[in-house]
Design a protein around this ligand. Structure first.
Ligand code: PLP
Length: 389
């Protein structure tokens, strides 16, 4: 039996998404910018997807710009807003310290080009405080970027309160909603932001398809220049099959958001409670209350996370040590570090992320296997220490 508990890295495609991608790939090959029948067919497929994505985040279809990924949507939000606001003289950008690399490294790149950048700290549960933003923001701040839900620990940020603070100083605010969209209700207007990123492959859509929501009237410059695609906001002939797949994934997510959140949340809670009960020396990282329902991040005392990850993989169980992008390195998680966790806990934590196809049987399997593996690894560590001593 194989168990996949790494949905925050990526998700399997829903069968209806696969069907849509195949039929559009086969039957709808036109260029969506062409005026003839073939082009109009492609444009109709994109219009349908645009409406579905807009419905999922309670936005207007005209405000949705399709991108090649969540990474591109984040780059577009930050670079596009920075370039548009440069003329106002504002030269300061703020993001939280626990953002995804798509945001952090974009800020770093702009920092090398003369922008002043500030990373907002988080508390020990991984939450950014609006008061802290109020103390940090200045009249020079162009944009604030704070993620809606964190990919490693699942914590949900108080975006609406942060948006009020940003707007009071005349700054724009972006939220990376890649890990919340499709998991919990996301209402772009209620969140109060100007820009919102999402990515299809985090909610059973294809990889290489994302979107940036740009609130009507927001000053933005395109970062990909060329033709007049996406109302002059993002040049490049559109990947219509992937966009159609994103649309179907959005439709599916919107149709079962609340019952799925309850179902997946119950599985996650059962898994989490059982691990905490069965394995001594475990603790949850992040705010237990305000989290997306599919994620838990747990530290295991006296176990190296990479060793446990490999031991679980050998038993057919796939989990993660944090963000997929930094796995393969023994770098401690920047998220857990920003929360002020002691070094050993930043290196002994595993992320379990569940999703649409997770089952009770999978949870049972992990509960059956994990305590034994942890005990074995702890025994080996103790033996090695004994041999050294
Ligand atoms: C919070 C967050 N932002 C952005 C991304 C990047 O999205 P994509 O994989 O579509 O480039 C990810 C993916 O891991 C993510 O978790």
């Amino acid at each position: 039996m194989r168990v996949y508990f790494d949905y925050n890295a990526t998700t399997p495609l829903a069968p209806d998404v696969i069907a849509a991608i195949s039929s559009v790939t086969r039957d709808v090959f036109g260029n969506a910018s062409s005026v003839h029948h073939f082009g109009q067919q492609a444009k109709a497929a994109m219009d349908g997807a645009r409406s579905a994505v807009a419905t999922l985040i309670h936005a207007d279809p005209s405000e949705i710009v399709f991108t090649s990924s969540g990474t591109e949507a984040d780059n577009f939000a930050i670079r596009g807003a920075a370039e548009a606001l440069e003329a106002t003289g504002r030269r300061h950008l703020i993001a939280s310290a626990i953002e995804h690399e798509a945001v952090l490294n974009t800020l770093k790149a702009l920092g090398r080009r003369g922008w002043r950048t500030t990373l907002l700290p988080v508390d020990d549960t991984g939450v950014v405080s609006p008061e802290r933003l109020r103390d940090t923001i200045t009249d020079d701040t162009a944009l604030v970027s704070v993620m809606h839900a964190n990919n490693e620990i699942g914590t949900i940020q108080p975006i609406a309160a942060l948006a009020d603070v940003a707007h009071a100083r005349g700054a724009l605010i972006h939220t990376d909603a890649v890990q919340s969209t499709g998991k919990i209700p996301v209402d772009a207007r209620t969140l109060g932001v100007d820009l919102l990123s999402l990515s299809a492959h985090k909610f059973n859509g294809p990889k290489g398809a994302g979107a940036l929501w740009i609130k009507r009237g927001t000053r933005m410059q395109p970062i990909l220049t060329g033709g007049k695609h996406e109302r002059n906001r993002r040049a490049g002939t559109e990947n219509v099959p992937a966009i159609a797949g994103l649309g179907v994934a959005a439709q599916l997510a919107a149709a079962k958001l609340a019952p799925e959140a309850t179902r997946v949340g119950a599985l996650r809670d059962r898994l989490e409670d059982a691990i905490l009960r069965a394995v001594p020396g475990t603790a949850i990282n992040g705010a237990r209350g305000s989290r997306v329902p599919n994620t838990t991040n747990i530290s295991f005392d006296r176990v190296e996370a990479e060793s446990l990850l490999i031991a679980l993989d050998l038993e057919g169980i796939a989990v993660s040590t944090g963000s997929a992008c930094s796995s393969g390195t023994l770098e401690p998680s920047h998220v857990l570090r920003a929360m002020g966790l002691p070094t050993h806990r930043t290196q002994n934590s595993l992320r379990f992320s569940l999703g649409a196809y997770s089952t009770d049987e999978e949870v049972d399997r992990v509960i059956e296997v994990l305590p034994r593996l942890v005990e074995k690894l702890r025994g080996l560590t103790q033996k090695a220490a004994g041999a050294r001593g």
